[in-house]
Design a protein. Structure first.
Length: 513
C-alpha cells in the first residue's frame, strides 16, 4: 500500500531543502506542505495564514503548495493573480517538476478545462469567481488552492457590483422610443440635482435615499423593452428580493455621476462555492486569532481547519516608533503637530537619503503636507507616483500603496499618520456597519478593526524585509482598549523612542557614538 501524500511530500521537500541552499529560508515549509497535502487527500477545506505578505513571497511559501499539488494524482485548481502566473508557469513549476521528476499537465485559461483533465489549472481570481457565481455548471469541482485570499471579499464585491456609467444614459435613450426620451432626461437631471445638493464628503460617494431610488425605479418601469445590458443587470439587482446597497459616485470636475448596486450579504453567494469542492485559502494575516472566526464568518466558510504561522522573531523584525505626545487625530491640534513631527523625523535621516513612504488617508492633509515638504526637499517629494527612485519621499493614500507597493522600492522609513480603520464618513462603510447592526453584531470588532488591521499588516510587510522604521502618529494605539490588538498585529517589532531615532543611521543601525 502506497504511503499517504503527506509523508511523500514531507520526505521530498525535506531532501530538497537540504540540497538546494539557494531556496529562501522559511521556518514553516514542511508544516504547510503537510497541511496542504492532507487537505488534498482528505478533500477538506483549510485556511492558512502564512504571516508573510503574499505579494512579497515568491520562493517562500509557494513551494509548500506546489509540491503536493504536482504530486497529487488528481487535477488541482490554482487561483492566483495574473501578476504571478508568468513566474509560476515559466519558472517555478518547470523547476519543481524537474526536481520531482513529474510531468503533470499545466493549463492556463479563463475557461475551465474538460472533465478528462488531470493537471494543474491556473486561473486568475476574477475569472474563477465569475464562473462559480454566474456559470457554476461550467466549472469542474477540482480541489482549489487560492493564493492571496486576503482580497477575496473585495474580488467578490467587485464582481457582484453593477454600475450605470454616464454614457449608459445615452445608450438607454437610443434604445427607447423617442416619445420617452424627454422623461428619461428629466429623471437623469433630477437625480443629478438631488446628488449635488448632498453635503460634501471626501469620498464623493452617496447612498441613494428613498426619493432617489424611487426615481431610478420609475425609470426602469418606464423603459421596459430592449434595455441595454447594463440597465438589464441593474434592474434585476434593484428588484431582487434580498437587500441591496445602492449608491452614486460623483465626479464633480466633469459634472457626472455613476450609479452602483451590490448585495449587502456576500455569505449567501459564497457559501455554495465552498460546498462544491475543497478549497485551501492562503492569506497573509486576516485575523489575530488562529481560527480566524471573523474572516470565516464574512466569507461563509463555516468550520474548516485553520492555521496561523507565526512570524520569525528575528528575521521579520522592524523598528516601531509611536510618539506618546501626539494629540488625538479627531482634534484640531493634530494636523499641525503631525506636519511638524514628520519634518523632524525626515531631518533625522537627512544625512543619507533613502526611500520614504508617508501614508495619509485625508486628501486635503495629503496635499498640504506634500506642499510643505516640497518647500524643503524639492522634487524628492512626490504624490501618488510610481516612477520613483530610492531617494524619493512618496506621499500617498492607503489604496495607492496597496495597488503599487510591489512596483516601488522598499522603504527604509514608513510614516503612518492614522490607522487605516475604515471611516464611517464613507457611506459604503456606514451602510455595511448598518448591516452588522441589523444582525446585532459587534460591528467595530467584527468589521472595522479587522479590516484596518489587514490593511496595516500588508502595508508594512516590506518593512520587515528591510528591517526599517515604521512611525505611527496615531496615539489611539496607546489610549484605546483596542490598541493592544493593534500592537499584537504589528508583532514582532522593536519599539524605539525619540532618542533612538536620533542615533539611527540611514540603514537602521544604531550608531554607537
Amino acid at each position: 500500500m502506497s504511503e499517504p501524500i503527506e509523508i511523500t511530500t514531507h520526505t521530498i521537500l525535506r531532501a530538497l531543502l537540504r540540497h538546494q541552499p539557494e531556496i529562501v529560508d522559511w521556518n514553516h515549509y514542511l508544516t504547510m506542505a503537510r497541511l496542504v497535502a492532507r487537505s488534498l487527500r482528505m478533500s477538506q477545506s483549510s485556511l492558512l495564514q502564512v504571516g508573510i505578505a503574499t505579494h512579497r513571497s515568491i520562493g517562500k511559501y509557494r513551494l509548500s503548495y506546489l509540491i503536493p499539488a504536482l504530486l497529487w494524482h488528481e487535477p488541482v485548481t490554482i487561483v492566483i493573480s495574473d501578476a504571478f502566473q508568468e513566474r509560476l508557469i515559466g519558472n517555478e513549476i518547470p523547476q519543481i517538476q524537474n526536481w520531482l521528476g513529474t510531468s503533470k499537465p499545466i493549463y492556463r485559461g479563463v475557461i475551465a478545462p474538460d472533465s478528462k483533465f488531470t493537471g494543474l489549472w491556473i486561473v486568475d481570481p476574477q475569472s474563477w469567481l465569475d464562473l462559480h457565481l454566474h456559470h457554476p455548471d461550467e466549472i469542474a469541482n477540482y480541489p482549489t488552492i487560492i493564493d492571496g485570499a486576503d482580497d477575496l471579499e473585495n474580488w467578490v464585491q467587485a464582481l457582484l457590483t453593477h454600475k450605470i456609467y454616464p454614457q449608459d444614459w445615452d445608450k438607454l435613450r437610443t434604445s427607447q422610443p423617442q416619445t420617452i426620451w424627454a422623461e428619461i432626461a428629466r429623471i437623469e437631471i433630477q437625480l443629478m440635482e438631488n446628488l449635488w445638493q448632498r453635503p460634501f464628503n471626501p469620498y464623493n460617494c452617496y447612498l441613494l435615499d428613498a426619493s432617489d431610488r424611487s426615481l431610478v425605479e420609475s425609470l426602469t418601469k418606464l423603459a421596459k423593452s430592449n434595455l441595454p445590458t447594463n440597465w438589464q443587470q441593474f434592474e434585476r439587482e434593484l428588484s431582487a428580493s434580498s437587500e441591496r446597497l445602492v449608491w452614486a459616485e460623483i465626479d464633480r470636475t466633469r459634472g457626472t455621476f455613476t450609479l452602483a448596486i451590490t448585495p449587502t450579504d456576500l455569505v449567501a453567494r459564497l457559501a455554495p462555492i465552498w460546498n462544491r469542492q475543497p478549497a485551501i485559502l492562503i492569506t497573509s494575516a486576516v485575523d489575530l486569532r488562529a481560527n480566524a472566526i471573523g474572516y470565516r464568518q464574512e466569507l461563509g466558510l463555516g468550520e474548516i481547519a485553520s492555521v496561523k504561522f507565526p512570524l520569525d522573531r528575528q528575521k521579520d523584525l522592524f523598528k516601531l516608533y509611536i510618539p506618546r505626545w501626539m494629540p488625538m487625530p479627531n482634534t484640531s491640534k493634530f494636523q499641525p503637530v503631525l506636519v511638524d513631527e514628520i519634518q523632524h523625523l525626515l531631518y533625522s535621516i537627512a544625512a543619507n537619503p533613502q526611500f520614504v513612504v508617508i501614508l495619509i488617508k485625508d486628501t486635503p492633509l495629503k496635499a498640504q503636507l506634500a506642499a510643505t515638504l516640497a518647500a524643503e526637499w524639492g522634487t524628492r517629494v512626490q504624490v501618488d507616483r510610481t516612477d520613483l527612485n530610492e531617494a524619493n519621499i512618496l506621499v500617498c493614500g492607503w489604496e495607492f500603496w496597496q495597488q503599487h507597493q510591489d512596483d516601488l522600492p522598499t522603504p527604509q522609513l514608513m510614516i503612518i499618520a492614522t490607522l487605516p480603520i475604515p471611516s464611517l464618513e464613507d457611506p459604503l462603510v456606514a451602510a455595511k456597519v448598518g448591516f452588522y447592526k441589523q444582525q446585532k453584531q459587534d460591528w467595530f470588532r467584527l468589521y472595522l478593526l479587522p479590516t484596518g488591521l489587514r490593511i496595516l499588516h500588508r502595508a508594512i510587510a516590506p518593512m520587515r524585509s528591510s528591517q526599517g522604521i515604521v512611525a505611527i502618529f496615531d496615539n489611539r494605539i496607546d489610549r484605546r482598549t483596542y490598541g493592544k490588538q493593534v500592537l499584537a498585529s504589528l508583532a514582532p517589532n522593536i519599539r524605539i523612542n525619540y532618542a533612538d531615532l536620533n542615533r539611527l543611521s540611514f540603514d537602521g543601525k544604531v550608531n554607537s557614538g
